[in-house]
Design a protein around this ligand. Structure first.
Ligand code: FMN
Length: 204
């Protein structure tokens, strides 16, 4: 697929067909991740594919304590204070699917990166490992789109439980838990972003 077509096609998907993802595609998208730029050439990135259904359920439900907001009133209470309407809309669609997407997707990828404890970080510069791993993740998401695959970059408030369940060593952090596969629903056209509101020439 042509690069700009993949960029255009990439989008967050939270409902998947049960169809397994071909192993060679999984390898290709992860290799695309490893080609991303990183601070100081340090690609301290590790991938975990959580495939065993029992282990996945245990790790996600107990380890991650994923919010499973299915209760309409609870969702309303969470969303109302958010203010901005576009943000509210994102959460309205996303919240009821946080747990199910991770349990039901044919593949669940956990992307880890090496980073000093947040309590020791004093400058934005020291956050470069976090910035780098998200470049890796975006390569993965774009490679997925090129393969006709989609996913969702779930980010947890607290990753300690998940790290314990999966034996992730000290010094490593979980950047994102990414359920992915073939989308269950046909994707509708998204509204297009306009550059003129964001671009400044020579000064803000
Ligand atoms: C850093 C980051 C964190 C995110 N965390 C979550 C999350 O925890 N749960 C979720 O359902 N989506 C999450 N998303 C996906 C966003 O909701 C999604 O990218 C956004 O709604 C824009 O939609 P699009 O990806 O289709 O363009 C996250 C995305 C990013 C970049």
């Amino acid at each position: 697929m042509e690069f700009y077509e993949a960029v255009k096609k990439r989008r967050t998907v939270r409902k998947f067909q049960p169809t397994p993802v071909e192993e060679e595609k999984v390898i290709r998208i992860l290799e695309a991740g490893l080609k991303a730029p990183s601070n100081a050439h340090l690609k301290y990135w590790e991938f975990i594919l959580l495939r065993d259904p029992g282990k996945r359920r245990e790790s996600i439900v107990k380890g991650l304590k994923a919010r499973d907001l299915k209760d309409k009133e609870e969702i309303k209470r969470f969303i109302e204070p958010l203010g901005e309407e576009t943000l509210k809309e994102v959460y309205r669609r996303a919240l009821p699917l946080q747990l199910t997407m991770m349990l039901e997707a044919p593949e669940l990828l956990i992307v880890c990166y090496k980073m000093k404890p947040l309590s020791e970080v004093k400058t934005y510069f020291e956050l470069n490992p976090l910035a780098s791993v998200w470049m890796c993740i975006e390569n993965i998401m774009l490679a997925m789109a090129a393969e006709g695959l989609y996913g969702c970059t779930y980010t947890a408030y607290d990753t300690d439980g998940l790290k314990k369940h999966l034996g992730i060593p000290d010094g490593y952090e979980v950047a994102s838990v990414i359920p992915f596969g073939y989308p269950r629903e046909k994707q509708t056209n998204r509204k297009s972003e306009t550059l003129e509101d964001s671009l400044h020439i020579d000064r803000w």
